[in-house]
Design a protein around this ligand. Structure first.
Ligand SMILES: Cc1cc2nc3c(=O)[nH]c(=O)nc-3n(C[C@H](O)[C@H](O)[C@H](O)COP(=O)(O)OP(=O)(O)OC[C@H]3O[C@@H](n4cnc5c(N)ncnc54)[C@H](O)[C@@H]3O)c2cc1C
Length: 399
């Protein structure tokens, strides 16, 4: 750990994820000494896991549409994204030797479809810029104005960027414990985002179909509907379509104790066409065989229909297939969520992402109070706020 004696200005970044590394890059480019402190033995653990799904970096849709995915924080995030828009992100990635491509859904990925080559090249570039990395260094707060670490050491930086992440997948390093180190800062409670939900299904249904996918469904809640896939688990439902509606579902559960969503199990077939197919005589066929053959439903979807009928659902079968009610009672634990909602209230930050109550201390990434669905918006938001905080440090130290 560095000592307290220095003759020139230096900055510290706490957290070696994408937001922190981007902040360090901007600070180092301005010729300022910067050290990155990371509690884990290695950098970017969550970035590496994000790479397992191909590393969706951002989206190619029009900018206004992209911005809108940040919901309540869209206006705030907009100016950070404008300063680091998708073309800049792509240039940055390709500058690290990782060519990108636009997938059929408009999402942007590195051609390698993983994070390890990008992270390796990034760390090498930062080392070449003299960025210092201190791993196994757990920040705990301040002591006499210096950054304090769990092993009792301190580091008196002239400016610091906190980029400590959210609270999902805590084994990768970000566990939200930083909320205790900022006692006089307003922190919106951390909640799971892009998460699965507990469904009030019978134990038999859960047990029998845990691990069964529901492919090409349309999930709707209130005014919003998304097409995609979901996975039945021993607790309920998770997967892309569920994550896309996770924020309104979660908030409805907070307000009302439960959220009633509906699944269209055959969005590709109209209600009329289904009614026609199911008007045939069932004869001796079991309900399950009848639904499999006439409606083309997989076993898990049939299980859901049967459960609904057993629990008193009276809708005709075609309507049930087109709009199967599922009552969700709670989000899955935050440890299983893809990302975190809540964090440092945006009102605590000035335009340069400096904490109003801690001059010289900036914050970036998932630890701020914004959320977005999957689709590249998370990493883009983290990189853009990391860059903004880095620029904030540069102007603070130069002013
Ligand atoms: C399975 C999975 C897949 C994902 N896929 C994608 C995707 O394809 N596209 C996308 O946009 N997003 C994706 N994400 C989300 C994305 O990875 C995160 O939003 C992003 O990594 C957050 O960046 P961050 O720098 O803010 O925080 P983090 O990446 O969490 O980094 C924070 C760092 O701070 C360190 N730290 C925490 N506390 C301390 C402390 N007290 N002292 C020192 N260090 C500390 C942590 O160890 C960690 O390394 C995925 C997430 C998961 C879990």
């Amino acid at each position: 750990m560095p000592t307290a004696l220095r003759s020139h200005r230096c900055a510290a970044v706490i957290g070696g994820g994408p937001a922190g590394l981007m902040a360090a890059e901007i600070i180092a480019r301005a010729g300022i000494d910067v050290s990155v402190f990371e509690r884990m033995p290695g950098l970017g653990r969550k970035l590496l896991i994000a790479g397992r799904g191909g590393l969706n970096l951002t989206h190619s849709e029009p900018f206004e549409q992209l911005k809108a995915h940040y919901g309540d924080a869209a206006a705030w995030m907009g100016s950070r994204l404008e300063a680091f828009p998708p073309p800049a992100l792509i240039d940055w990635c390709e500058g690290l030797g990782q060519k990108t491509f636009v997938g059929s859904s408009g999402r942007i990925f590195p051609q390698a479809m993983k994070a390890s080559p990008l992270l390796r090249a990034w760390i090498k570039r930062l080392e070449d810029m003299n960025v210092r990395f201190v791993t196994r260094a757990q920040w705990t707060g301040w002591s006499d104005g210096a950054l304090a670490f769990a092993d009792g050491t301190t580091y008196p930086a002239d400016a610091a960027v906190l980029a400590l992440g959210g609270a999902s997948w805590p084994r990768l390093g970000s566990d939200g414990s930083w909320t205790r180190s900022l006692p006089n800062v307003e922190i919106v409670p951390l909640r799971p985002a892009n998460c699965g939900f507990i469904a009030d299904w019978s134990p038999i249904l859960r047990m029998r179909y845990a691990g069964s996918p529901l492919k090409r469904i349309r999930l709707s809640f209130g005014e919003r509907a998304v097409e995609g896939e979901a996975m039945m688990t021993s607790q309920g439902l998770e997967g892309g379509a569920v994550y896309a509606l996770a924020a309104p579902l979660r908030e409805a559960i907070v307000r009302k104790g439960a959220a009633l969503c509906h699944i269209d199990l055959r969005p590709d077939v109209s209600l009329e066409a289904l009614a026609e197919r199911l008007a045939a005589e069932r004869g001796k066929a079991s309900l399950s065989n009848f639904l499999r053959k006439r409606a083309g439903l997989p076993p898990a979807a049939i299980g859901l229909i049967q459960e609904a009928l057993h629990t008193g659902e009276t809708k005709p079968l075609p309507e049930l297939i087109k709009s199967l009610p599922v009552r969700l009672t709670a989000p899955f634990d935050i440890a299983r969520a893809i990302s975190t909602a809540g964090g440092i209230a945006l009102s605590e930050l000035n335009a340069h992402l400096m904490l109003r109550r801690h001059p010289g201390v900036f914050a970036a990434g998932e630890m701020l109070d914004w959320e977005a669905p999957t689709g590249g918006y998370l990493l883009h938001g983290c990189l853009a706020t990391g860059a903004a905080a880095g620029h904030g440090v540069v102007s603070w130290l130069k002013s």
